[in-house]
Design a protein around this ligand. Sequence first.
Ligand SMILES: [Zn+2]
Length: 258
Amino acid sequence: MRRQQLVPKTARAVFAAVPVLALALIVYVLVVGGERFETRLIVVEPGDSLSEIGKRFGVTAEAIAALNGIEDPSRIYPNQVLLVPTAPDARVPKTLAERAAALTRVPSGVRRRPWRWIVVHHSAGASGAAHSIDEFHTNVRRWRNGLGYHFVIGNGSATPAGLIEGGRRWAGQLRGAPSVSDEENQMNKTGIGICLVGNFENTHPTEAQMRALAVLVRTLQRRYNIPTRRVIGHRDVLPGHTLCPGENFSIERFRQML
Ligand SMILES: [Zn+2]
């Protein structure tokens, strides 16, 4: 009789373990799966201020400024992409790797693009940030979605050195900038564009930029299963068409950091 009771007992034990295992899986996905940060990506609208955005989400302007490397909270720009804590006590990213993980998440409700390539650019100007390149691409290039890149990495001229900024093409999962070349147009449909501020024809990327680039690219590679051979420089898309990302940026050397 005792022997017969063993089976149902075992079965009960198995059933009892199911919710525990399910909970463990949820905790694993939340903590280990890179979803541990309670932040969201928002795109600044014309007329927005940091304090208004803060009120909207129940957090302070200072908290948003700190999270985004904004030195003067009175200066934000339309189309700027910001990480915003979801609550005053939200777990926010602190390290470079954590920030890259939070920035590369696709906002909920936005359909993720099937990214297959990562393309590195330089801005070809000594100074700048996502907002100034966005202005140039909007007003001079007349590109409908402005900033042609998905991410910009500062060189310390307008944003802290090595600061990664997201662009609205990332927040909205839009293709990269339009081009007159078919090859580039094709590439920009599935290529994630990352621009380092600087002109690497006559200067070198800073160490902080290279460190941030490596962390960002590794994060994107993991998330979208992109092999290192598909991490390329802009000039590799169509050799002879552009010098970007400049003579002093070697994609071969960079790949060794991945
Ligand atoms: Zn380029």
